[in-house]
Design a binder for this molecule. Sequence first.
Ligand SMILES: [Fe+2]
Length: 323
Amino acid sequence: MEYQYLIDVNDQRNWHFPIVNAEANGNVWEEARTIHFPVGRDSLMRVTDSVFHPQPTAHCHYHREACEIFFWSMAPFDFYSGGKVAEVEPGCITLHRPYEPHGFGFHDISRKLGFFHRMDMTLEDGTCSALLREKRPDARKDPDFPKDGPVMPDIIRAEDPVDWQRVRWQEMDCVRHISRPLAVERFDGVTMKMLIARWETAGVKEIWAAEMEKGFTACSNPYPLKTEMLYVTEGEVKFTVYDDTFIAHKECIVKLPKYGEYRIEALSDAVVYDVNGQTEWFSFFRSRSSIRTTDPARLADPEAMRELKRRHGCEIRTIGRNA
Ligand SMILES: [Fe+2]
């Protein structure tokens, strides 16, 4: 059976249903494609890739249920959110929670990889929209075409921002960067940095970056109970899942299927984000820190640590270094 563990975002074979968004005058402002369709109750693991062209309008909008987490690259752009506007640099992450109005002003070509939850755009939606484009390419110009949809029901257009206060991106709560983590936990060979906390996403996910040193290794439990999605932004990382081995490099997404024992090895210094964010890393690390102070013998007890990891959904059994 075939399972796609490795998704190279720059490989066009992984671009599903590419679309072009244009203004009424025909000017293209976004080229977008779906990289992964959502799964499960919270529509987790929806991933899209977009290239934005310079444009005069901010396309300001908000969502009633959906949450967006965007990783930005290529060029700075103006980011509008919550009454403020800042120039956001490549490497920043923006967080758009329900009812947080947000918009973007692009002066150069910019790009984002977007991770969504609770925005339910299924494979069926993509298939039907592609079929419509093929069969009736001018449908959206048809006066009979429904004005309120049918695609993207949870994108509520807002008026474009006027007189929003210009600040530095560091002064905007919803702009994150690995240099400004909310929490840090250091281990031999890896530093974990929290960029988005679980309490900021209604408990659905938390986003951590793992800064791995060359030679760092991590091994999972024999039968992990959840599918993980990782995003490599720097370096090269070797993965072994079941009996398959592959190497993920910068701008690759890795899916680790539940039940499949896996091993991770950093072939160079690397940065890997846990973008599905189901492990309760923050709670696990805080509990571990408390135990270290109050009951160090428990910390050395493998069974007690297995139980602590199980409670917080941590499927990493061991970490180490390649000699
Ligand atoms: Fe949005």
